[in-house]
Write a protein that binds this ligand. Structure first.
Ligand SMILES: Nc1ncnc2c1ncn2[C@@H]1O[C@H](COP(=O)(O)OP(=O)(O)OP(=O)(O)O)[C@@H](O)[C@H]1O
Length: 443
């Protein structure tokens, strides 16, 4: 791979403050700047090293400061990923999102978004930037679009230009930081959350916020890069979380996908492994660029500092230590030609058009049913909805046409340039031939 550089995952540990009840217990971890000593049972080799350690009082700004470089590398055309891992209630959601509306308590995601927006507006590069955002959650092995709740089972796809992406995921265009924050808040409000004994606001899904950046250069080429921010659901023991029914099923699915993640990390760090089981879960498919792929990746291991969580903390510390051994082949994403880019856009717009058409069909069917059952008011509302969807479809059709026209005119100017260069080369060649003939005849 040209220009690819092996780079290990950047792994940090963050401990959350102890609750009043936990504070009465003996301390579980003895922290240093880049290593920690685990003081609990069941561990013979009890010192772990990481790239950074954040103690209980560490601020959100300090945590973000340490990964800002990775975040900003998307502006240079790299893919970047930040993941938070840890048992339920260990501070993953706090670290990633925090209090979004507060300047001091907001977490990595809002800070990263703001930093990218600022970087785009301050850039002096001769190119046009466009930013889009998707927010999805992996809930019970289905990828749900949190910006378009009708999309309940998104499929993972992979191509050379965009790497891993989600087919048909809604991509909101971003024109300002404020707009970005309100779209993000809207998406997150749709996330599956439930109260368990371990955490009153426990996330029941893996949440992935993706910021896609496209740079369009004056010569028609473009470059895509992506920032992927992942709040993993926490591993949990059903006896401790005291879950039953739906929350218990969710817990089982969460543990299943986390164990698939563990298997991928093990395979990537085992020299004898011949196969990496990315396909065993949706989570590992989505994280393929981030683990063993071409992204710059940071992993934040969140843990409880208390003895009552010793087993879970030890397991998280071991996961982080193992993940530190993963080497990604980091490189900037290739630039695509104007034609290829337009073709990709066209395929995407067509797919969205098909999706909207099928939604319109469904709504029309419902409208007919309601009309037949006599609920005229509801039918009227549905008719309005169907008309709005049809308008959307029409809008996408126009985008479709526009993309084609842009691609055609770009291709035309390239043709003109090419034929001009060919005639120049022909002229030079015939001039050279005449000169050579003259020279050989006089000899
Ligand atoms: N560093 C921290 N400083 C202050 N409060 C924190 C910190 N980390 C976590 N908390 C608090 O601890 C509680 C649990 O944290 P959080 O919801 O982030 O856990 P989680 O790991 O995301 O859990 P789950 O996997 O169940 O969603 C929350 O009330 C959160 O505000």
């Amino acid at each position: 791979m040209e220009g690819a550089r092996g780079q290990g995952l950047w792994v940090a540990v963050r401990t959350r403050p102890a609750t009043a009840w936990e504070a009465k217990q003996p301390c579980l971890l003895q922290l240093d700047t880049r290593s920690l000593k685990y003081l609990g049972p069941e561990c013979f080799s009890n010192v772990f090293s990481y790239d950074a350690i954040f103690e209980q009082q560490a601020t959100q700004s300090q945590v973000f400061g340490s990964i800002q470089g990775i975040v900003l590398s998307v502006l240079q055309g790299f893919n970047a990923s930040i993941c938070a891992y840890g048992q339920t209630g260990s501070g993953k959601t706090h670290s990633l999102f925090g209090d979004i509306g507060s300047a001091s308590d907001r977490g990595i995601v809002p800070r990263a978004m703001a930093a990218v927006c600022t970087g785009v507006s301050a850039s002096t590069e001769d190119c046009k930037f466009s930013l889009t955002m998707s927010i999805v959650e992996i809930y019970c092995e289905k990828i749900r679009d949190l910006l378009n709740l009708g999309n309940e089972n998104l499929q993972v796809q992979q191509d050379k230009v965009r790497g891993v992406s989600l087919a048909n995921a809604y991509e909101a265009s971003i024109s300002s930081e404020d707009q970005l924050m309100s779209i993000m808040q809207h998406g997150l409000s749709n996330r599956a959350v439930a109260a368990t004994a371990m955490n009153t606001g426990s996330s029941r899904s893996h949440c992935i916020v993706m910021l896609m950046l496209r740079k369009q250069f004056p010569d028609g080429r473009s470059q895509h890069s992506k920032l992927c921010l992942v709040d993993l659901a926490g591993s949990e023991r059903s006896d401790k979380s005291i879950t039953a029914g739906q929350t218990l099923d969710e817990g089982i699915q969460i543990n299943k996908s986390l164990s698939a993640l563990g298997n991928v990390v093990n395979a990537l760090t085992d020299n004898r492994a011949t196969h990496v089981p990315y396909r065993d879960s949706k989570l590992t498919r989505v994280l393929q660029d981030s683990l063993g792929g071409n992204a710059k990746t940071a992993l934040i291991i969140c843990c409880s500092p208390c003895m009552s969580n010793a087993g879970e903390t030890l397991s998280s510390l071991r996961f982080g230590a193992r993940a530190k051994g993963i080497i990604n082949l980091v490189q900037t994403n290739a630039c695509s030609s104007a034609g290829k880019d337009a073709a990709d856009l066209l395929v995407k717009a067509r797919r969205e058009c098909d999706e909207l058409r099928s939604q319109v069909k469904k709504l029309e069917g419902l409208q007919a049913e309601l009309l037949a059952s006599g609920s005229a008011e509801d039918a009227g509302k549905l008719a309005q909805l169907a008309a709005a969807k049809a308008e959307d479809a029409e809008g996408l059709g126009n985008t479709d046409r526009k993309c084609c026209q842009q691609a055609a005119s770009a291709a035309q100017s390239r043709m003109v340039l090419l034929s001009f260069s060919i005639s120049m080369v022909q002229m030079l060649a015939s001039g050279a031939y005449v000169w050579w003939r003259g020279a050989t005849c006089t000899q």
